[in-house]
Design a binder for this molecule. Structure first.
Ligand code: APR
Length: 184
């Protein structure tokens, strides 16, 4: 498995699935959520409304993840996850880590080979980019270290797609500090 740091717009990434930093309502918002809904088209909101009307009547809990098709995006899937909102007192980094590990679990269940994460939580929800990088890499390394189950298609490429060069640089630095993308 490889980890790559990309500076750019996650909606343009040619990967099997992109992760959306959503909110619990799943009904769209600003930031990367807004960009993904804009690029995916109105069918994405319809698919999210359908989830709210069926599987997720109370919305998506912080740290959980759920997939929808990607519709007009290059990516086949969007995996929506909800970061803990520091401004609402949700300051447990394990909940942020769950966003990454649950998204990987959902991706693997879909047979996704390439997955792109934004810096979940590092915008409106108030997490330091450095913390998000540390927590995100820890979750990916834990996934890489799990024994491979026979017949299970593992995620092979994880991109962290950062909108600004400043945040991309922080992620590159933290990745180097944590031994890079190669399993020990
Ligand atoms: N591609 C990649 N990254 C992006 C993009 C994009 N097109 N647009 C924004 N980002 C970055 C932001 O710069 C930030 O570093 O995504 C990171 C996460 O920021 P937010 O989108 O604000 O997500 P988050 O902090 O998890 O807050 C979620 O904000 O947009 C609302 O509906 C969303 O209520 C939810 C909350």
């Amino acid at each position: 498995m490889r980890i790559e740091i990309v500076q750019g717009d996650i909606t343009a990434r040619p990967v099997d699935a992109i992760v959306n930093a959503a909110n619990s309502s799943l009904l769209g918002g600003g930031g990367v959520d807004g960009a993904i809904h804009q690029a995916a088209g109105p069918e994405l909101l319809e698919a999210c409304r359908e989830l709210r009307a069926t599987k997720l009547p109370d919305g998506l809990a912080p740290g959980a993840a759920v997939a929808t098709p990607g519709f007009r995006l290059p990516a086949k899937w969007v995996i929506h996850t909800v970061g803990p909102n520091r401004h609402a007192g949700q300051t447990n980094p394990a909940l942020l880590g769950s966003c990454f590990s649950e998204s990987l679990r959902v991706a693997e269940g879909l047979g996704v080979r390439s997955l792109a994460f934004p810096a979940v939580g590092a915008g409106v929800y108030g997490w330091e980019a450095r913390t998000v990088a540390q927590v995100g890499f820890e979750a990916v390394h834990a996934y890489m270290g799990r024994p491979v189950e026979a017949g299970v298609q593992r995620v092979e490429l994880v991109e962290f797609v950062l909108f600004s060069e400043e945040v991309a640089e922080i992620f590159r630095t933290v990745l180097e500090e944590t031994g890079g993308g190669v399993p020990a």
